[in-house]
Design a protein around this ligand. Structure first.
Ligand SMILES: NC(=O)C1=CN([C@@H]2O[C@H](COP(=O)(O)OP(=O)(O)OC[C@H]3O[C@@H](n4cnc5c(N)ncnc54)[C@H](O)[C@@H]3O)[C@@H](O)[C@H]2O)C=CC1
Ligand SMILES: O=C(O)C(=O)[C@H](O)COP(=O)(O)O
Length: 379
């Protein structure tokens, strides 16, 4: 059995070799000759999986170690009776921690406190709901927009996007990319929305580049719109607009989801799905794969809760992950062919907040840190 895996999929060799012969290949594009004779294909978001890629191959199962699936023609796979699995939620925590880092940096730079702001979350799935839970832990007001969930009768409240545009200080987008249909998200942020957005707001896109009309955003920023902008994803990738990169406050190379835990969950989720598909189910506990983090324990003296000190919180968050480490390298190499993908391929190890154990003095602080996603212990 031959299993092709994207070369940027940590732990794929270790895991998939339990099921067959593994060959690691570049994902953008996958070499056609490698596909011939392959039984299964494990990709990431950079590979377009469709009839053009797979017709005439013997591939019977496709896994994508990603949350988004817009690069996969699922209807075509189903029509060909090719098995498919994504990795829903695998990197949601990483995206949440990216958003927090970005917001804390802007707050410090511009002299505001997160707790005084209202955050509008557009798309309240794996990322958005975790984001909301952490904001709630900090007492930050959120407004949620998720029309598909509202239509399903899920508990909200969910609001129309227009209300978030009018009332939220921070708008953060976490929807799938839908190019058509009733919940189309392509260019959800367009010239009209940008014009309606009052000045001094924050806009974050960490879902898919096409959810924001990049040309309209650049025109708005060039036209004097006062908007702090954080973009992890671009239209198009990898050839992002250099003027837009210069105009945004924080810009990164589609790495919001790139914690080691997030990538490892992605690989294990598709491995487990493929093993079930083959009728040989395996379960892989994440802790059996992950290395010890560089910094694993700190002591926090005093209470974080008595008067919530966002400066201390920022320092704790940034002991684990500070988004500026990803903004600077993109600005250095953007525009040089191949460099966007290289930043992603040779990504410096990044861990999630849960990898940091914080020893603290009081129960309320420990409870808050735990709700935020750190590991907290009373000393
Ligand atoms: N930058 C990165 O590294 C990453 C990007 N992503 C992207 O973020 C997206 C969201 O991730 P998850 O939360 O894990 O996905 P998810 O599928 O769990 O949640 C998406 C939510 O968006 C909602 N939604 C759909 N259409 C909408 C619309 N028109 N308006 C508002 N809400 C809408 C859905 O009902 C769902 O609740 C993924 O589809 C993926 O494209 C995900 C992980 C990492
Ligand atoms: O999971 C998703 O969806 C993402 O956007 C991934 O974080 C993107 O990573 P790659 O698949 O492009 O390595």
């Amino acid at each position: 059995m031959k299993i092709l895996v994207d070369e940027n999929m940590p732990y794929a060799q270790t895991l998939f070799s339990r099921l067959g012969d593994v060959q690691a290949v570049p994902g953008r594009p996958i070499p056609r000759e490698a596909l011939l004779g392959a039984d299964a294909l494990m990709v990431r978001s950079v590979t377009k999986v469709n009839a053009d890629l797979l017709t005439g191959t013997g591939v019977k199962f496709v896994g994508t170690a990603t949350a988004g699936t817009d690069h996969v023609d699922e209807a075509w796979l189903a029509a060909q009776d090719i098995g498919f699995s994504a990795a829903p939620g695998c990197n949601a925590i990483a995206v949440v921690e990216y958003v927090f880092s970005a917001l804390m940096i802007l707050a410090q730079r511009d002299g505001w406190q997160l707790r005084d702001k209202t955050v509008g979350i557009v798309g309240v799935g794996n990322v958005g709901s975790r984001l909301q839970a952490r904001f709630e832990a900090l007492g930050v007001k959120t407004l949620l927009c998720d029309p598909p969930r509202a239509a399903r009768g899920d508990a909200g409240p969910f609001w129309p996007l227009e209300k978030l545009v009018a009332e939220a200080d921070i708008l953060t987008f976490h929807t799938p990319l839908y190019k058509d249909g009733p919940y189309r998200t392509q260019h959800l942020v367009d010239a009209e929305l940008l014009a309606a957005l009052p000045d001094n707001r924050v806009l974050i896109n960490a879902c898919r580049g096409e959810v924001v009309d990049n040309a309209a955003l650049l025109a708005a920023l060039n036209g004097g719109k006062v908007l702090s902008t954080v973009l992890d994803v671009w239209e198009p990738e990898p050839d992002l607009s250099l003027p837009l990169l210069r105009a945004v406050d924080i810009g990164t190379a589609h790495i919001a989801g790139y914690s080691l835990e997030g990538k490892a969950r992605g690989t294990t989720q598709v491995f487990e799905a493929y093993s079930r598909f083959l009728g040989q189910p395996h379960a892989v506990p994440l802790e059996t794969l992950l290395p010890v983090p560089d910094v694993s324990e700190v002591t926090l003296n005093g209470s974080l809760v008595a008067h919530l000190d966002e400066g201390t919180l920022l320092r704790l968050m940034h002991l684990v992950y500070d988004v500026r480490r990803d903004d600077a390298p993109l600005r250095r190499v953007a525009g040089i062919p191949g460099e966007f993908d290289k930043l992603r391929k040779f990504y410096q190890e990044r861990r999630e907040w849960s990898s940091l154990c914080i020893q603290c003095d009081d129960e309320a602080t420990a409870a808050l840190l735990t709700r935020l996603g750190f590991t907290a212990r009373l000393r």
